[in-house]
Design a binder for this molecule. Structure first.
Ligand code: C5P
Length: 300
């Protein structure tokens, strides 16, 4: 028997970052939107815990117990008294180390797939609690749609979304390490006179999401990690400018980057922006995707 789970990528339409906490994390007001780029995690019984990976960037994915999918299987087995002898296969389509929660998606996918394989009977609340222990973005990968994440991003309130949003994602060469981008955020904050304000979700942004209004959403998008990502990866500024010139309503770094995200008016505009980005040579690839997308889903 095997179980396959499909899990979406995310873009942060607002990522408000507070000062660093004593535990090293940052308090966030993090508005997640799941987008239609997916990884698939397949689990099957095996003699020992094993992880394999295929697809773009698969060679950069660790296959040991640092992989969030492996850690998810171990955590669920530990919680429910099972032996974690499974083969987890990750079919990647979400950019690796791209700021689109690909690793978190694999953790959420493995959690749900192992839960279905083993028939643990764990409640949704228990799965969400295990997900939060695996990483700040893992609960959202389970839930999908749109949600406001507070705390370090793991405490979720689901948000209504009134229509489809059309996005383009420009993939960059190489990746950015999330901890390194947060460290750069701290370094830039230390150089300023004012303290970092507490993170607050934008009411106008939540309204734009609820109304399904891309122009209003474009006016309110924001990512406090963007200056840090640009500081570590300056050429992303050229990618952002290219997409804007080609007609995107707004352009921003996705999460901790280096993927850049472009909100467009409709599917036709998205194709135009994707073509312009590819032609410009300022990115490695451009992908079109719609949002919102459902959270982790068992396919069979
Ligand atoms: O929770 P997760 O393992 O995904 O976080 C990866 C890293 O990102 C953390 O070790 C920390 O450096 C940084 N981070 C943070 N504040 C958050 C979330 C992540 O500083 N709210």
């Amino acid at each position: 028997m095997t179980v396959t789970v499909r899990v979406p990528a995310k873009v942060n339409v607002q990522l408000a970052v507070g000062a660093v906490r004593p535990d090293g994390f940052h308090d966030l007001a993090n508005v997640f939107l799941a987008v239609g780029l997916y990884d698939e995690v397949t689990v099957a019984p095996a003699d020992e815990l094993r992880v394999t990976c295929s697809g773009p960037g698969a060679d950069q994915v660790p296959l040991d117990r640092s992989n969030l999918a492996a850690r998810a299987a171990l955590a669920l087995a530990n919680r429910t008294g099972r032996v974690p002898h499974v083969h987890l296969h990750i079919a990647k389509d979400i950019p690796v180390a791209g700021g689109m929660a690909g690793g978190s998606a694999d953790g959420a996918g493995a959690l749900l797939a192992c839960d279905a394989l083993w028939g643990t009977g764990a409640t949704r609340a228990e799965l969400l609690e295990l997900a939060a222990a695996l990483g700040s973005d893992v609960p959202f990968s389970l839930v999908g749609g749109a949600a406001l994440g507070t705390g370090r991003g793991e405490r979720l309130r689901e948000l209504p979304v009134g229509g489809a949003f059309h996005w383009v994602f420009a993939l960059a060469d190489g990746g950015l390490s999330t901890p390194a981008v947060y460290r750069e955020f701290d370094r830039l904050a230390a150089g300023r006179d004012e303290p970092v304000p507490p993170p607050v979700a934008s009411g106008a942004l939540l309204t734009a999401l609820r109304d399904g209004d891309p122009t209003a959403l474009a006016a309110t998008l924001g990512n406090d990690l963007q200056p840090a990502a640009l500081s570590l990866y300056p050429s992303l500024a050229d990618t952002l400018a290219t997409g804007t010139k080609a007609g995107a309503l707004a352009a921003l770094v996705s999460g901790s980057g280096p993927t850049t995200a472009f909100l467009t008016a409709d599917a036709t505009a998205a194709r135009t922006v994707a073509d312009a980005l590819l032609d410009s040579g300022t990115c490695r690839a451009a992908r079109v995707a719609q949002a919102p997308a459902p959270g982790a889903t068992v396919l069979g």
